[in-house]
Design a protein around this ligand. Structure first.
Ligand SMILES: Nc1ccn([C@@H]2O[C@H](COP(=O)(O)OP(=O)(O)OP(=O)(O)O)[C@@H](O)[C@H]2O)c(=O)n1
Ligand SMILES: O=P(O)(O)OC[C@@H](O)[C@@H](O)[C@@H](O)CO
Length: 418
């Protein structure tokens, strides 16, 4: 499929992507190369692959990993259902890895199946997970026209040159320079010929593909302003930032499910009103005993947070119903889903009790479904209490937001009280 529906610029016959993922992540530290470090339980590289495979007009995705990580990468592809992905062996430097990836399209001794040589190839570091279709389309269209293109960002720090004595020699005028980021895109023949002509010095010490296109193919890449999210995970702080961004993206929407009893519906409505200023809320009242198409639709959407309110002391069946539907939806495959089981205590007597056996059952159930990437938490709301109901519901809303934002697997099976 040619790049989707843009109204400007030429169409491109075939586009492929090469994701270099063969590094050791020394600057991040630790035994695991950063591309395989998990974020929300999933390897970082899987987020980048997912971001690129969502772009339907990219026909083939080549992930280049070190020899010892080939099987790891193949298991990631299988576990997360990645499509159109081929794994190949990297080299001792990033340029050598990228070159190996490109060879799959030209010299098929590396591949036991024929990959269509693309007209344009995207090169994107596998540790830059937040790449969107828009910037990919821009660099591809620009590469079609100019032969090469790359995303750039403003410099955050001034660039200086040091003299032999280690003192300042001069500084560059920051406004005249930009940081070279990714994605980059090239007419395949240009970047492939550039790599074929490369000296070993370039391959071993170079860091810039755009430079190779200029040096060896006299091609001045078009520079495309990129977004702030194109940054590369390099240091530990970058991994924390990636985790925070991904958690934030999972906390944008919630679905409140109630049964049809009046008190439960009322609390569901009050909770909806208390949450709606912080998060997109959908509330449905159904009898969970039957499959509801509306609920099915929500499960097939992009909602990763569910609150199930009922007045039963321990609603195993209802929660199990939701777990089964979630599992069928495949949502928990890619992202942990938060499922908050709210018990509304409507009993008249204030001395409400949940015995240890019930709490233990809840913890056991939560532990079982955690293996399915579903995080179950308990939340108790006292319907009749010395606090006005609205105050109790506001407290329940705050606890709900905290659980959704934190998505802490260690707190699953616990019961919090609004
Ligand atoms: N021999 C190499 C070295 C790097 N890369 C990839 O190139 C991208 C950007 O490189 P960089 O951030 O430098 O990764 P590392 O080399 O792993 O990091 P470090 O320099 O800290 O070891 C990463 O996805 C990395 O896996 C690669 O495919 N092959
Ligand atoms: O691998 P390093 O972190 O040394 O450098 C990689 C970067 O140079 C590269 O990803 C962009 O600058 C675009 O070329």
């Amino acid at each position: 499929m040619e790049p989707g529906g843009c109204d400007a610029g030429p169409t491109v016959k075939a586009v492929a992507a090469v994701l270099p993922a063969g590094g050791s992540g020394e600057r991040l530290g630790g035994a695991t190369p950063k591309q395989f470090c998990t974020v929300q339980g999933r390897p970082l590289v899987s987020y980048t692959v997912r971001a690129v495979e969502r772009v339907s007009w990219i026909s083939d995705i080549i992930v280049v990993v070190s020899p010892e990580n080939i099987e790891t990468m193949k298991s990631i592809i299988e576990k997360y259902g990645h499509k159109r992905v081929t794994v190949t062996e990297g080299g001792i430097t990033r340029h050598r890895s990228i070159f190996n990836g490109l060879k799959l399209f030209s010299e098929n001794k590396f591949s036991n199946h024929l990959l269509q040589k693309p007209e344009v190839v995207v090169i994107h570091d596998a540790v830059r997970p937040f790449v969107e279709e828009d910037i990919l389309l821009k660099v591809v269209m620009a590469a079609k026209e100019h032969g090469a293109a790359g995303a750039i960002r403003p410099l955050v720090s001034t660039v200086i040159a040091s003299a032999a004595d280690g003192c300042l020699d001069h500084s560059l005028e920051r406004t005249k320079y930009r940081a070279s980021e990714m994605p980059q895109a090239f007419l395949f023949d240009i970047i492939y010929q550039a790599y074929q002509q490369c000296t070993d010095y370039d391959l071993d010490y170079g860091t810039e593909c755009l430079h190779l296109a200029l040096k060896y193919c006299k091609t001045n890449a078009k520079l495309v302003e990129g977004t702030a999210d194109l940054w590369k995970v390099t240091y530990k702080r970058d991994l924390y930032a990636a985790e925070s961004i991904i958690k934030d993206s999972l906390s944008q929407q919630i679905c409140i499910i109630t049964d049809v009893k009046e008190a439960v519906v009322q609390v569901g409505f009050l909770l909806h009103e208390s949450l709606r200023s912080q998060i997109k809320v959908e509330t449905i009242s159904i009898s969970l005993s039957k499959r509801d198409n509306h609920l099915q639709n929500i499960f097939s959407g992009q909602c990763y947070n569910f609150v199930c309110i009922n007045d039963k002391k321990y609603a195993t069946e209802e929660i199990q119903q939701l777990v089964d539907m979630l599992e069928e939806s495949n949502i928990p495959l890619l992202h942990p889903v938060v499922l908050i089981s709210v018990h509304l205590n409507t009993s008249e007597n204030a001395s409400f009790s949940i015995d240890l056996e019930e709490l233990t059952k809840m913890k056991k159930f939560a532990r079982e479904v955690k293996r399915k990437n579903i995080l179950v938490y308990g939340l108790l709301i006292q319907y009749k209490d010395y606090f006005p109901l609205q105050e109790t519901v506001n407290s329940a809303a705050a606890l709900t937001m905290a659980l959704i934002k934190d998505r802490n697997p260690e707190l699953t099976g616990q019961l919090v009280v609004a």
